[in-house]
Design a protein around this ligand. Sequence first.
Ligand code: PMP
Ligand code: GLN
Length: 379
Amino acid sequence: INSKLPNVETSIFAKMSKMATDFDAINLSQGFPNFPSDPALIALVEKAMNDGYNQYAPLAGDFELRMEISKKIEKLHNHFYNPETEITITAGATQAIFTVIAATINKGDEVINFTPAYDCYAPTVELFGGKIIPIQLEPPYYKADWQEVADKISAKTKMIIINSPHNPTGMLFSEEDMLHLQDLAEKNNLLVLSDEVYEHIIFDGNVHQSASKFEALAARSFVTASFGKTFHNTGWKMGYCAAPEKLMKEFQKVHQFVVFCVNHPIQKAMATYLKDENHYLKLGDFYQQKRDFFLNLLKGSNFKIIPSKGTYFQMLDFSEISDESDIAFVERLSKEYKIATIPTSVFNEGGRDFKQIRVCFAKTDETLAEAALILKKFE
Ligand code: PMP
Ligand code: GLN
């Protein structure tokens, strides 16, 4: 077979979670909580199954759920997406992202991607014949330089991909960043894919700057989101895409042949669960406590730390501890210290190694305490 993705390897998340199992290591690598989902939500799924929601959902998703999503976005960002025509429920954000790219990127189109970048964007663009134009953000703050973005836009640029709160760095786009983006997108007639899966995991009083909040930006953006992150059930693979009708129409043309529709009883349950805003508005405080608990325990270690501003990831700089590559360091941590983390060079342009590893703090306090004890050994 003539590979369509000759340079793509198995995702680092699969690799590191396997290593965690193989070496019986604490798994702070792949991003998922190790505590249970809310039993009340599980009971709602069971109820939906007993109520008979066991056949195909509508193509765009359960209407009640789309209405709840529309209400939530309007309440938080003051933008109305028509639940009839502008929202589609997907199998996690991954399928939403894949479908956006499949529906929009043609051979030769250029797509601007800030690196370090979540791993699914570039291969999907490549699969549809697009060309990634990377823009490398630099540690420690990973701030976007909008002049550099402007310089890299060409006549072939079709889309800019953004992700705030940002995986893996925990950085946020400010309102000013979004205004720069809006300005460039408008001037150059670009589409935007705004991956907002960590929209509710944001700390220290910061506010999430959704693309939907900026009128001219919302008019050219696909916003993708994940219930897995928000409701602690990444294994349910439930998310959505919101976009203006003209864009959503193209999205749905593809979606219907990727999955047609997604898990019906879970959608029904989420429609009810989403009605209580406490189920998402308290998430930032919940994870901020986890971040602070973990970082307090790490005080005095030789890792250099800039606290994450959002997501449930924390970058740890190990340059004072070892000269190894981050991949070698992470392997040694897994094998010898029994703690699995993520080497972040895999997300960078050309695999640049800033000697930073990513840890996931969506874990019980017991797990975090155990992990901190191990990491403190590097004194
Ligand atoms: N985007 C980002 C930035 C992510 O971290 C993830 C991973 N969880 C996804 C998309 C995919 O989300 P899902 O698990 O809902 O497919
Ligand atoms: N988003 C998760 C992370 O960054 C991983 C999801 C996956 O395994 N594809 O760790």
